[in-house]
Design a protein around this ligand. Sequence first.
Ligand code: DGP
Length: 120
Amino acid sequence: MMAHMSDCLFCRIASGELPSTIVAESELALAFRDAAPQAPVHVLVVPRAHVTSAHTVRDADAHLIGELVLLAQRVAVIEGIDAEDRGYRLVMNVGADANMSVPHLHLHVLGGRKLGWPPG
Ligand code: DGP
């Protein structure tokens, strides 16, 4: 895990250097609206510290995965999609085949409509 990378988009958003629409935050993570939403609710949850992807997570930063999920739960409550008859999808893209475009670990929180499966 690296603290901050000045050329990383989500590091710059997480530090407040670049603007975002923040939905929730914790000491270790930030949740902000995706700039190209794929659903009525589309929020990205990122660790403040730089981790490249789920595939590069190591023992020392494994707790961040739990942190992202806990913050995603708060996002779901804030956005009103947490009820059992609603629900949401959590997605972590890894690498080119999954269309990962920003190499800073992030959890997509998608909801607000019936989501298709398989995702395609
Ligand atoms: P992924 O494909 O999993 O790497 O998702 C990256 C997401 O980041 C994608 O859905 C679009 C979003 N995104 C890209 N640039 C920005 C930005 O500058 N601000 C915000 N809020 N979202 C961004």
